[in-house]
Write a protein that binds this ligand. Structure first.
Ligand SMILES: [Zn+2]
Length: 98
């Protein structure tokens, strides 16, 4: 899971922790809403947690982030563009339509 960039279009090999961005995603074995569960026991953890690790390389971490969706699992979503870049994009768009 951690051997490559989480972006399937990129798949850059993971080499160093200092590069890129590391995401820790806790996936819990939770009961469905409405389902009756036993009261927590002090002797055992009711919801064993599994932490999954995902990594985005430097380039991908600049434009992508990871979100955890309960149904779909891990997904890539684009980061909001910085204002300067957005302004340039808007200007270009305006020029094209004018
Ligand atoms: Zn990448």
């Amino acid at each position: 899971m951690l051997s490559h960039c989480a972006n399937s279009q990129c798949s850059r090999p993971f080499l160093r922790l200092r590069q890129g961005k590391l995401f820790l995603v806790e996936s819990e074995c939770v009961a469905k809403p409405g389902e009756v569960t036993a009261p927590p026991s002090p002797h055992m953890r009711q919801h064993p947690r599994r932490v999954e690790r995902f990594w985005l390389c430097d380039q991908c971490a600049e434009v992508w982030t990871l979100v955890h969706d309960r149904n779909q699992g891990i997904g890539l979503v684009p980061l909001p563009q910085p204002p300067a870049g957005a302004r340039v994009a808007m200007a270009e768009e305006y020029r094209e339509t004018a």
